[in-house]
Ligand binder design. Structure first.
Ligand SMILES: [Zn+2]
Ligand SMILES: [Zn+2]
Length: 214
């Protein structure tokens, strides 16, 4: 399994291409915008884009999903159904944040905690991590010790919880009870900013560190 991060939109959202080395099947996580930039990388890397995966329904993560799915006839996998109101409200979100108008869409498959998603020979686990949004999911590839966590956790920070149906306690619970137990060595790609590890955040993140670390 390999990956490449492609920051998109004015929010520099970490859209991520993941692919299976053997089959070259690729998934794009969170195509929030800048489709040409994403598709250029897909063709430069000689990949076969077969799926769209969504961590949650915010415009900077999901904005170009409808257009991309229609253009290449791709299935849309995720997020959890509790984010349906965000996806149905993408038109309002694009106005509010000054994004190009988003083509509406319905996910092909809603995800639940404990689900698996397959990509070529590779398998990813789905963790439902509410708090930033109620239907936020995380994709975890155990074999390469890598997680794509969207806006749940950042290097030195955590996701906002002041949006409708956001919940700070849920978010802290998601981070401490679902992500950190995966292991200190796990590298993660956050929705924005640089990568880090769960161990690093468990040790020093001012919002969610573990006082008993070490
Ligand atoms: Zn978000
Ligand atoms: Zn975001």
């Amino acid at each position: 399994m390999q990956y490449e991060i492609i920051p998109v939109t004015g929010f520099q959202q970490n859209c991520t291409l993941l692919w299976c080395d053997r089959t070259k099947d690729a998934a794009v996580i969170d195509p929030g915008g800048d489709l040409e930039k994403i598709l250029t990388r897909v063709s430069d890397l000689n990949l076969k884009l077969t799926q769209i995966w969504l961590t949650h329904g915010h415009i900077d993560h999901a904005g170009a999903t409808g257009e991309l799915a229609a253009k290449l006839s791709l299935p849309i996998i995720g997020p959890h159904k509790d984010d349906e109101f965000w996806i149905d409200g993408l038109a309002q979100q694009s106005q509010m944040f000054g994004f190009p108008s988003a083509q509406p869409f319905k996910p092909t498959r809603w995800l639940n905690d404990g689900d698996n998603v397959e990509l070529g020979d590779e398998c990813f686990q789905v963790l439902h991590c509410p708090g930033h949004t109620p239907g936020h999911v995380v994709f975890f590839h155990e074999k390469s010790r890598l997680a794509q966590v969207g806006d749940v956790l950042f290097q030195g920070s955590i996701g906002r919880t002041d949006f409708p149906k956001g919940n700070h306690e849920d978010l802290i619970h998601s981070i401490r009870e679902k992500l950190f137990p995966l292991g200190d060595d796990i590298q993660f790609i956050p929705g924005h900013g640089p990568m880090s590890t769960f161990g690093q955040e468990r040790k020093s993140n001012p919002f969610c560190s573990d006082p008993n670390f070490g």
